[in-house]
Design a protein around this ligand. Structure first.
Ligand code: FA5
Length: 345
């Protein structure tokens, strides 16, 4: 029996020493020291021993069990330490490695132009106003001196939703809405960027959905010279100090007089080229003095107040600024075009 115990001790200790994980070690513990293990088995056979041998053998069994337990404990500490070291090694960070480059998005060229125009006008005391894209016939046309059946409605072919509702064809309805809110009291100084929709056939310079930025100023003694001065500041800030502007007579039912503004061609400096079709000038916006009928319909007294308004197409402006040749490039979202506008700051 003593011999058998010694063998079991040797065997168990060898297995403890070769255990490579805490689980394996626990399996050894259960196998040798557990209730169904061989040592317990030996204890059970002690009944057959003589009275003198029994305490001797009992002491030996305890000694073997303690020895195996002590070995297991020592191994357990070693395995736990090893596990910690492995975990630490796995989590080591090499702080000297170069960082992984983070791909940063950038603003769409149209967003950039809109924000640039907004910032400029905010710096001149304007507020940014907004209005709905699904608009009533009243604000899109009637409140702008374009009653039903007016021939000038044909200038802006429209997407109607019902008889009275349509997708706005320009940002000018925001003028009428803002003036109404002021209840006949000036001053009003707003800029209004937004999407507009027209039943135009898409080509290099036309889109059925595009962007406009509207400007409106109403106060006492506002004159055409204020409009011209404002547009001059705008043109020079957006396109450069050397650029000239030219106002040409035009027609809009909601302004009187009405003008279109041209800017001197950046490419040829005014001498005439393909881009400006040989004229030296490129048209970028429509503008004029707010029509007295429009003031009156919105609750302003035209004898007390005057104002000017303008509406520009940021697509056209961004084309000129960045040399984009086809308006459709804004909407196809080709990442190669967009990447050219990455700002590295
Ligand atoms: C208007 O829409 C007037 N509401 C502008 C205005 C406001 C005049 C206030 C007076 C006072 P017009 O239809 O010309 O005007 O459009 C203005 C600008 O929108 C044009 O100069 C052009 O840059 C742009 N635009 C017009 N149609 C399209 C289109 N289909 N695609 C892209 N841009 C367009």
């Amino acid at each position: 029996m003593e011999q058998r115990l010694k063998e079991l001790e040797q065997e168990a200790i060898q297995k403890v020493q070769t255990a490579s994980s805490l689980k394996e070690l626990n399996d050894v513990r259960v196998a040798y020291l557990g209730k169904k293990g061989p040592i317990t088995e030996v204890l059970r056979g002690m009944g057959k021993l003589s009275a003198e041998e029994r305490p001797k053998m009992g002491a030996l069994v305890n000694e073997v069990r303690e020895h195996i337990s002590a070995e297991i404990e020592t191994k357990q500490v070693a395995l736990e330490e090893q596990a910690i070291q492995e975990k630490l090694a796995g989590e080591t960070i090499d702080v000297t490695l170069p960082g992984r480059p983070v791909k940063v998005g950038n603003h769409h060229p149209l967003t950039r132009v809109v924000e640039e125009v907004e910032d400029l006008f905010i710096s001149m005391g304007y507020e940014v106003a907004e209005g709905p894209e699904v608009e009533t016939d009243y604000y899109n046309f009637e409140a702008l001196n374009l009653p039903k059946g007016h021939p000038a409605r044909d200038m802006q072919d429209s997407f109607y939703i019902t008889e009275e509702m349509l997708l706005r064809t320009h940002t000018s309805p925001v003028q009428a809405r803002t003036m109404e809110k002021h209840k006949g009291k000036g001053p009003v100084k707003i800029i209004c960027p937004g999407k507009v929709y027209r039943r135009d056939s898409d080509d290099a310079t036309h889109s059925h959905q595009f962007t406009q930025i509207e400007g409106l100023v109403i106060d006492r003694n506002i004159q055409m010279s204020d409009l011209k001065g404002t547009l001059n500041v705008f043109a020079k800030k957006m396109f450069g100090e050397e650029r000239e502007i030219r106002l040409r007579p035009s027609f809009f039912p909601f302004t009187e007089p009405s003008v279109e503004m041209d800017i001197s061609c950046k490419i040829c400096g005014g001498s005439g080229c393909n881009v400006c079709k040989g004229t030296g000038w490129i048209e970028i916006l429509g503008a004029g003095m707010v029509h007295p009928n429009v003031l009156e319909m919105a609750g302003f007294d035209p004898n007390e107040y005057t104002g000017f308004a303008f509406g520009m197409g940021p697509e056209r402006i961004a084309m000129l600024k960045y040399g984009i040749e086809d308006i459709r490039q804004y909407y196809t979202n080709d990442i190669r075009l967009l990447r050219q506008f990455a700002v590295h700051e």
